[in-house]
Design a protein around this ligand. Structure first.
Ligand SMILES: Nc1ncnc2c1ncn2[C@@H]1O[C@H](COP(=O)(O)OP(=O)(O)O)[C@@H](O)[C@H]1O
Ligand SMILES: [Mg+2]
Length: 321
């Protein structure tokens, strides 16, 4: 039995490394967080901070030279590391669905949308009669705001926004409990972005799913998510409800990110802050952020700050926060 407010997803001390000729790259370093049913969780950070790696690791989709080398992911009471490859395959889409980064450009160009959705349903073991399949595709398309005749079209006949909606339709075809969307709107213009986010919000509400939104547009995050996690060099350095993190960020990195946004509504894109993002292969000792941190002191150069709870829904990894 699952309690009504028990987390739908729990990520515990997850670690991912990539083997490079020059050494090991730690792309995800002991990341922990949990997601309540219906919650919208954002994951933001500079490019290369490990967001996509984390999204893929949750679904155990990391491919060589990468590997998961620690931690656990729980979907309700299922420990994902204990599942067979076949069980994991079935759980993708049906339990946790992913709209991968750049997915709208990786739709199969020679397969009609109807068949791409149909294949996703069939691949995951759901057998439907032809009649039922047509009806199911129609209802999925309408759920994501696409006209019924989209089913007969090829990807090149669709606009960017329509392709992204089609990807969302594929992601939700088996009614997942968790949807992970990796930069779903970064290739779209602002108006279409908003429409696609609205669609994602609508399907989430209809399914009662939780969402992890990966991105770096703080305006979008502010409008969409309930809680935000900030990644830096593979670590989740701060997690807090969106209002709190925008009005009172605790981690110096988060503070710099927020302060660098245009002030009025804190809108804009995370472009990063002065100084170079660290090379994951050669991270500074202690707190990885210390060379860029205005608050850094002696101990930051040697002691790695632990992730500490600072409220029921918030954590921070800084000696001074
Ligand atoms: N396929 C890969 N092979 C080797 N290293 C990778 C691969 N994908 C990511 N990495 C490493 O992991 C780091 C984090 O990448 P990624 O998760 O894509 O970050 P983000 O999504 O935040 O931009 C990169 O800087 C890179 O060093
Ligand atoms: Mg990415």
């Amino acid at each position: 039995m699952t309690l009504p407010n028990a987390p739908v997803l729990r990520v515990e001390a997850l670690r991912v490394a990539y083997d490079h000729p020059l050494g090991l790259v730690r792309a995800v370093d002991e990341v922990s967080f949990s997601l309540r049913p219906h919650e919208r969780f954002g994951l933001a950070g500079e490019s290369g901070s490990g967001k996509s790696t984390m999204a893929l690791a949750i679904l155990r989709m990391i491919k060589p030279p990468g590997h998961i080398d620690g931690g656990e992911v729980w979907l309700e009471e299922i420990a994902l590391s204990q599942l067979t490859p076949e069980a994991i395959r079935r759980l993708r889409l049906a339990g946790i669905a992913m709209v991968p980064q750049g997915s709208m450009n990786s739709l199969n160009p020679v397969v009609r949308i109807r068949d791409q959705i149909g294949d996703a349903i069939a691949d995951h073991g759901t057998r439907l009669s032809r009649q039922d399949l047509i009806a199911r595709v129609r209802s999925l398309l309408s759920q994501v705001g696409l006209p019924a005749d989209t089913a007969d079209k090829y990807p090149h006949e669709l606009s960017g926004g329509m392709k992204q909606r089609a990807c969302i339709a594929i992601a939700i075809c088996l009614r997942p409990k968790v949807i992970i969307a990796d930069e779903p709107t970064s290739a779209l213009d602002v108006v279409v972005q908003r429409q696609v986010m609205e669609t994602l919000g609508n399907v989430q509400a209809e399914l009662g799913a939780a969402v992890i939104l990966v991105g770096h547009d703080m305006g979008l995050m502010a409008q969409f998510v309930d809680r935000l996690g900030i990644m830096y060099a593979g670590r989740l350095v701060e997690v807090a409800p969106i209002r709190d993190i925008i009005t009172a960020p605790r981690h110096p990195y988060t503070r710099l990110l927020i302060d660098s946004l245009p002030s009025l509504e804190r809108r804009g894109t995370l472009r990063g802050i002065p100084g170079l993002a660290p090379l994951l292969r050669a991270l500074p000792p202690g707190c990885a952020f210390h060379p860029r941190c205005p608050r850094a002191e002696e101990r930051c150069t040697s002691d790695k700050p632990a992730v500490r709870p600072i409220g029921p829904d918030a954590t921070v990894a800084c000696h001074f926060a």
